[in-house]
Design a protein around this ligand. Sequence first.
Ligand code: NAG
Ligand code: NAG
Ligand code: NAG
Ligand code: NAG
Ligand code: NAG
Ligand code: NAG
Ligand code: NAG
Ligand code: NAG
Ligand code: NAG
Length: 880
Amino acid sequence: MASSSALLLLPLFLSFLSTLSASSSESDLLLTFKSSIDDPTSALSNWSPNSTTHCDWTGITCSNATSLVTSVDLHNLNLSGDISPSICRLPHLSHLNLANNFFNQLIPLQLSQCTALVTLNLSNNLLWGTLPDQIVLLSDLTALDLSRNRIAGQIPLSLGSLASLQVLNLGSNLFSGFLHPPLFRNLTQLVLLDLSQNPSLASELPQEIGSLSKLRSLLLQRSGLYGPIPRSFLGLRELKVLDLSQNNLSGKIPLGFGLASLKLATLDLSQNMLSGSFPTDVCYGKSLIELSLHDNSFTGPIPNIIEKCSRLERFQVQDNSFAGALPSGLWSLPGLKLFRAENNQFSGELPDLVGVSSRLEQVQIDNNSFTGRIPRGLGLVHTMYRFSASLNGFSGNLPENIFDSPVLSIINLSHNSLTGSIPEFSTCRKLVSLSLADNSFTGNIPPSLGHLPVLTYIDISDNSLSGKIPSELQNLKLALFNVSFNQLSGSVPPPLVSGLPASFLQGNPGLCGPGLPNPCNVPPGKRRSNTNRLIWALIVMSIAVGFMVLTAGLYVVYRLSRNKSNPCTWKSVFFYPLRITEEELLMALVEKNAIGEGAFGKVHVVQLPGGEFVAVKRLLNSSNLSFRKVKSEIKILAKARHRNLTKLLGFCYSKGTILLIFEYLRKGSLGDALRRPGFSFEWSLRLKLAIGSAQGLLYLHKDYVSQILHRNMKSNNILIGDDFEPKISDFGFDRVIGETSYKSSVASELGSYCYMPPEYGCSSKKPTEEMDVYSFGVVLLELITGRPAEQPEARETLDVVKLVRRKVNMTNGAPQILDPKISGTAQRDMLEVLELALRCTAILPEKRPSIIEVVRSLQSLEPIIYPPMCSGELLPSGQQ
Ligand SMILES: *[C@@H]1O[C@H](CO)[C@@H](O)[C@H](O)[C@H]1NC(C)=O
Ligand SMILES: *[C@@H]1O[C@H](CO)[C@@H](O)[C@H](O)[C@H]1NC(C)=O
Ligand SMILES: *[C@@H]1O[C@H](CO)[C@@H](O)[C@H](O)[C@H]1NC(C)=O
Ligand SMILES: *[C@@H]1O[C@H](CO)[C@@H](O)[C@H](O)[C@H]1NC(C)=O
Ligand SMILES: *[C@@H]1O[C@H](CO)[C@@H](O)[C@H](O)[C@H]1NC(C)=O
Ligand SMILES: *[C@@H]1O[C@H](CO)[C@@H](O)[C@H](O)[C@H]1NC(C)=O
Ligand SMILES: *[C@@H]1O[C@H](CO)[C@@H](O)[C@H](O)[C@H]1NC(C)=O
Ligand SMILES: *[C@@H]1O[C@H](CO)[C@@H](O)[C@H](O)[C@H]1NC(C)=O
Ligand SMILES: *[C@@H]1O[C@H](CO)[C@@H](O)[C@H](O)[C@H]1NC(C)=O
């Protein structure tokens, strides 16, 4: 009896044993998996042999019945190291999520042994290499997410046999080549297909995709597609989101597409080469929320049927050749927030918008042929943030309430035919930018403008405004104030003239004030101040010699020098009111004012009559570039305005020499600081200098419209401003003096070659952004090591990049490089910057990070967020 019942129990007992051993070995497997992982935040600290059951460990889920691991979810834990295949020995593992970590390796081939997997998520790591064919072994997969890695090569055809896939996301990788049609034939269960942001793909849109009838999201933006949109897309009846933007698609939208895709909420076909007319049936399903057709070649009118799109929130048709009047019902769609139709040939009048309940936030209709009045009800739309209607034929008065929206930030009505006076401003406390230039406004500048706290940009030039410039405007922190070509008169509030980067007052003969042709309260020929006397002396002199004094702009003075011993002709252009003549300036360029000598010549500090100092740099114009050419290039440099760039205030030109006048920063340069014995800036300060200079460089490379390459980035050209805000100087000098002179000047400077990338020597190489990034990397090394890179006395051992690399390669050499004067707590950050600096100074230019990446990496180490500056950057750049 007893033995038989024992026998009966045996299988049970055995299965219990096997569960026991399975679970103990499951925890071993997990520990093996953990052992190859770097876990900087100790997120896996409870994965430990002595803790009771591994089913309670972070990220582990076991099945209730068998206590076997079914899911390992370790997303977002900052893990790195190796993904060990040991995890595939967990027989029931069906979900593996390692997304949002830092795994930097090939896609582990062995993961194909995890044959029970149903979902695999490796999104947002640093995986590289190709997608292995072995992926087909995971035949039960319903979701595969490899997005946001650096996986390259063809998308393997074998992927096409994972017939259970519902989600396939390969977006934001480096896949290349053609999309083979058979790939999609068996993927009939797909609900989401995302191949977006793989710009190296080069393919037509396979018509097979149109047969994936369960698709709800199809995201193929910026993935190298060309050719037509296949008619088979009419089969995508479940589609809610279709994004084909930023490709090279051409032809027309297939007829009937809107009728077929009744559930479509987002249709983005922008930035292609599509043509034809507006898809009339796109609103048929009434589900459309976002419609983007911008940057294509569409023609014809927008049909009235658009009024049926009752849920439409975002309507973007800008940069096409649409024409005709806009359906007036479009304006009163209840949910519409974004309305962009600029750069088309639309005409007709806008509805009055009185009595409509509108949620419009942003309207941009610039550069069309609209006529009639500005809508009377515009100010009643209290959500309006931007209204921009420049370059049209609008006429009549502005409605009194136009500025009433409490969130109004940007208004641009320039280049129209508007008349009457500018209404007062009362409720729009958020106004940043006001452009009313080139209209026929009359009356005074409303003093209430001066009470708008964040107003930064005022352009009311080219109107018929009269009266005084209200003294209230002194309160504003303006980046631009253009009132040129009006009939303003009276004295200009002094802070408006002196504190402004680009104050344009020209074309108002009645204005007077210091620095202006008319001094106030002083009848010509009587009492004169020093500066005035000089200006008058000049004029009298010139007339006496018989030359016209041309004042093309207020601060532009063309003049012949009277210096007989130096028959050189000097011409000057000042971008700021410097109130100094070039003669006085030239006289001040004497030895006692010299503060240094750079590659291009001496640098002097000159005190202006007003007491301020400027730095004057002398460049040899050995290529004898013409004044006109030099002026247009320098203007480009002067217009580059950013808080991390030194301001170029003006220049003087003669045949052989160009004098550049810069703001003077008395703290000197980072190079000066580094060379001072006992240089001991704390780490946060060094980081601030690094971030600021990188931002300056970013602005030059990416944000400024005619890109400027710095070409001479080094610590000597990073000046230290107030509050240790760095300002880059000496950028783009090649433009001013021409390539040949530039190269020979740079070559003459010993020591600075340590900032030059290895490819610099190759004469065929055009200057590139990557070269600037290299030089910046050297500056980072200087900040990390606390030592200047330029050490002319020790030319042999100079190459700081090689030196650092050699030390880093020695085992554990990295910490030895760090400036010992900085306390240990900053070491981790310093090592990160070291790594960044090494990437910046990679031998191969294409291995260097972009300046955007450099700024981001540095900012991620920043301990505090600095408040945004009040400058041109404040202008929101619109919807992307
Ligand atoms: C497990 O062991 C480690 C050392 O191996 C110890 O630090 C930890 O406190 C132990 N945990 C428990 C729950 O006993
Ligand atoms: C497992 O058990 C937990 C709690 O008892 C329960 O919430 C969960 O739904 C169960 N899971 C399965 C798959 O039965
Ligand atoms: C992961 O690292 C980032 C910075 O790299 C940090 O902001 C974040 O808090 C970290 N996450 C965890 C879970 O520690
Ligand atoms: C993968 O994980 C990330 C991060 O948790 C998540 O955003 C994404 O939706 C997941 N992918 C899938 C297909 O579930
Ligand atoms: C699709 O399925 C068919 C039938 O099962 C098979 O013969 C074919 O090889 C599969 N296609 C791909 C690309 O795997
Ligand atoms: C699109 O076409 C243009 C010229 O036809 C070409 O220069 C560009 O590289 C193409 N872009 C893509 C993403 O294929
Ligand atoms: C105005 O639109 C036309 C096309 O309609 C375009 O060629 C032109 O460049 C635009 N002008 C401005 C100033 O954007
Ligand atoms: C206003 O519109 C004009 C013409 O389109 C444009 O040149 C100018 O940059 C715009 N101003 C602002 C501040 O956007
Ligand atoms: C100021 O307005 C005048 C006339 O409209 C124009 O020529 C000039 O370029 C403007 N200056 C700036 C800095 O916008």
